[in-house]
Design a protein around this ligand. Sequence first.
Ligand code: PRT
Ligand code: ZN
Length: 210
Amino acid sequence: MKTLKIAIQKSGRLNEKSVELLKNCGLSFDNYKSSLISPVSNFPLEILFLRDDDIPEYVQDGIADLGIVGENVINETEVDVAYLQMLGFGKCSLKLAIPNNGVITKLEDLNGKAIATSYPVILEKFLADNKITADIRTISGSVEISPGLGLSDAICDLVSTGGTLKSNGLIPFGDVMHSQAVLIGRKGEEENPLIVELMQRVQSVLRAKE
Ligand code: PRT
Ligand code: ZN
């Protein structure tokens, strides 16, 4: 039977938990060091270590059979993949946040304002759904400092503890989406016996944690 490939984050917030989950499934492999592909010695599976942003498209295009990635990244890349299992880690919210200066007090106040984000696709849909016309400024990181620099009036960014917002003088203003890590696969491949076997192992690991 064809060896499966699963794409997980190479380094970052989801790497450790993804590796831990796969190890708890009884899979034996080396975590990312310099090789981007690690074979599993006791299951017909290879682990691909990637930037999280690339994972949804790799799965959609069939380069990887499975992937572990945040829902925020899936929505932003607008791919068509199967959600096989919500994994319960990497939880965060994509939130609007504003400076604590009282200029913006309700959603409609964002009309005509500049909003900095790394999630322009998700934000654009949210604004359209709420009939807000704002100027979306896409930046790839350190979004929280942009209002202080005069680059934006508000931001839309991921929040977990809220500490980063607070230390940059911003207050959360509304949830755009909630997110957690999810195991994804290619649509139509759900019956593959190796995927079924892996899913059963993942589900029993998750059940044991409840
Ligand atoms: O290198 P690569 O592209 O793979 O990684 P990355 O830098 O794009 O992503 P990474 O590792 O930061 O995050 C991976 C995933 O973890 C995200 O896509 C989310 O699904 C999830 N996640 C969970 C988070 C957070 N919590 C989070 N707090 N991703 C980012 N943050 C950042 C946020 O952007 C903000 O700058 O943490 C800061 C806020 O944290 P708090 O705790 O101060 O609120
Ligand atoms: Zn990324």
